[in-house]
Design a protein around this ligand. Structure first.
Ligand SMILES: [Zn+2]
Length: 644
């Protein structure tokens, strides 16, 4: 009897059961990152993004059906999705695959730029047929399976037959429709039950956006822990522990910009402070500790779950250094808008949706049927506010005149643009407006004029100087004001400060001026309360609404800004839109507070006929008594010299 010849290698390979690679192993063996549109083309490697391995392998196991990844940009998420789709094509027994994107445009781009190059890699090209791309735009038919493209907002694209593998990418770009879309996809996956797999990933937006809701709704939350090179403590990297040089100096202007540049390019030092031993973990150590990191579930070791959620931040990204992150943070802080930093770099949602609910719809209806230039019968006085602007070395003002009554009830009486100081005076404190009840005329008592605003250059000086001159020429009626918000905010809503202003040109001596410093945050809160409060008679407009009024009145929103221990609630202008009318109205409200419009109204109540002469008397004397703030501040008492 002849002994059978030993098997050759080829025979062995042919008869061995199909190898079961994990998705990460499959990716490193077969996936190729295309040349186009990639910083690191060539064979796929996970050396620099080792955290992706744990995510991919959960997405490829038989234990979990839903995998959520809440991530920043630039951590390798895009390529990971491609690997997973390729893995499913190659090893998924021909089961249908769906990729869902926020809209049709994104889906088409995804097909063209991601899926097609993926299918042309050597390992997967074998599954293409001559007609694979000869298809409806939302489907690719391969030899053994189909890849469906779907987008939220189009239920038809999702209402295909049953699917086994699904990816929902960039969920937060389609906030409104996405929650429903995720459920539609879950319905499609039902047939395959525990054999199905749904990979949901996005950068977060707000805390009520889809990805953050999915993340929060998962018990098995996992964070990537790395060992400290000094004490060995395994820890999650968090933004609060990032340090950089000159951080404590709170630099401003060019120095701040220079520091941003130096941090971004690595010339200024940035490091991570170990949360256990407080020793610095340098940029040079970062990739080394990330290589040695591991995913840790909040449920402890070996949790049993069908649904798992991963969180990543750019602190783990091989493409973003500690310094670059610090520079990005400083830039965002300078622009007073940390949303993109939180979402795109920290992978965290905006802590809350804006705290204010703004709507443009309130202004026009409240102007209807109310004639401009008329003082309502309930009003006790008028004030004006003017926002100072400059263009082409010439100053101009957006001004409003408003009537005030009890509890600061208010109506717009007039609004417009003044192209000279004379015109501003003529349109505000020199203008006469008839009372609705026919009992005479009213003039605005004072006009609060913006003296801050960066002191824009004019042909003959700057706007601050111009406003101070105007105030000196009409003392008691023209009140220079300057808004302070944030950390510099004055202790009181309105605070009079004697300043000695150094005129911009020549050798003229400093001039004493009384400036009213405003807590603009507080005034805006009050304004918001008047406009959007329960009593919609408190804020009225009239038929002189200038173009853009409603848009500008709603351009700012109140939002929690800042990170870590001391987040602040601030009024911000997220779209950097114009706010001339909003600012002028803030100054007008400040003026109403200066003359204590509210007290006056409650102290000399109803019977308008009798109260009038008395009120008139009071009004005439008022400019010299602008309220307690002024007197307590002391006229020109302090020796503070201001330059802008
Ligand atoms: Zn340590």
């Amino acid at each position: 009897m002849v002994a059978p010849a030993p098997w050759t290698e080829v025979e062995r390979a042919a008869w061995s059961p199909p190898e079961r690679l994990s998705p990460s192993a499959w990716g490193e063996r077969y996936h190729v990152v295309p040349l186009r549109g990639s910083a690191e083309p060539g064979p796929y490697r996970l050396d620099r993004t080792p955290y992706i391995r744990g995510i991919l392998d959960v997405a490829g196991d038989t234990e979990h059906t839903e995998v959520i990844l809440c991530k920043p940009v630039q951590v390798g998420g895009t390529e990971a999705v491609k690997v997973l789709v390729g893995y499913w094509v190659d090893t998924g027994d021909g089961a249908p695959i769906m990729v869902c994107l926020p809209d049709q445009k994104a889906a088409e781009a995804y097909l063209r730029e991601r899926i097609q190059p993926l299918l042309e890699t050597p390992r997967l090209a074998r599954y293409l047929t001559p007609s694979s791309y000869d298809v409806r735009r939302d489907q690719i038919d391969l030899v053994h399976c189909s890849i469906h493209l779907a987008w939220t907002g189009s239920p038809q694209t999702m209402a295909s037959r049953a699917i086994r593998f699904a990816v929902s990418d960039e969920t937060d770009k389609a906030q409104d429709t996405e929650a429903r879309a995720l459920d539609l996809i879950r319905d499609r996956l039902l047939t395959f039950g525990p054999r199905s797999k749904h990979f949901i990933l996005s950068s977060p937006t707000t805390s009520d956006g889809p990805i953050w809701r999915e993340f929060q709704a998962t018990a098995d939350k996992r964070y990537y822990h790395v060992p400290c090179p000094h004490c060995g403590t395994s820890q999650r990297l968090v933004w609060e522990q990032v340090r950089w040089e000159r951080r404590e100096l709170d630099l401003e202007g060019d120095l701040a910009l220079a520091l941003e540049d130096e941090l971004a390019c690595g010339r200024a030092r940035a490091w991570y402070e170990c949360s256990s031993c407080q020793e610095p973990i340098e940029e040079g150590d970062r990739m080394r500790i990330i290589e040695r990191g591991e995913w840790v579930s909040v449920l402890g070791p070996d949790p049993v779950s069908r649904r798992v959620a991963f969180h990543l931040s750019a602190l783990y990204s091989p493409w973003v250094s500690f310094g670059a992150l610090a520079a990005e943070f400083l830039r965002a802080s300078r622009q007073d808008d940390l949303r993109n930093f939180r979402n795109g770099f920290l992978g965290l949602p905006q802590e809350t949706a804006p705290l204010t609910r703004r709507t443009e719809d309130v202004f026009t209806p409240r102007a209807a049927g109310r004639r401009a230039g008329v003082v309502p019968s309930w009003a006790t006085l008028l004030t004006a506010g003017a926002d100072t602007q400059a263009s082409g070395l010439r100053a101009w003002w957006a001004w409003v005149v408003r009537a005030w009554g009890p509890r600061y009830r208010s109506r717009l009486v007039a609004a417009g643009r003044a192209d000279s100081a004379e015109e501003l005076i003529r349109c505000t404190v020199d203008a006469r407006f008839q009372r609705e009840d026919g009992s005479g005329f009213e003039r605005p008592l004072i006009v609060a004029v913006d003296a801050g605003g960066g002191a824009e250059l004019l042909a003959d000086g700057n706007t601050t100087w111009l406003v101070y001159q105007l105030a000196r020429s009409d003392p008691g009626r023209v009140i220079p004001v300057k808004g302070y918000g944030g950390t510099n905010k004055p202790l009181k809503l309105i605070q009079a400060r004697a300043v000695h202003y150094q005129p911009p040109a020549g050798n003229s001596p400093p001039i004493p001026t009384l400036l009213h410093v405003l807590d603009t945050e507080g005034l805006k809160d009050k304004l918001y309360g008047l406009i959007y409060g329960d009593d919609d008679t408190m804020w009225e407009e009239s038929d002189c609404l200038p173009p853009g009024y409603a848009t500008q009145m709603t351009a700012e929103e109140k939002t929690r800004v800042g990170l870590g221990k001391r987040p602040q609630v601030r009024w911000i202008n997220p779209t950097r839109s114009r706010t001339d009318w909003w600012d002028a109205t803030v100054y007008c409200l400040a003026a109403a507070h200066m003359v204590r419009a509210d007290e006056r109204a409650t102290r000399s109540p109803p019977s308008p006929a009798r109260a009038r002469p008395e009120a008139e008397e009071e009004r005439r004397s008022r400019p010299r008594h602008l309220g307690r703030d002024t007197e307590r501040g002391g006229r020109f008492g302090a020796r503070r010299r201001e330059r802008w």
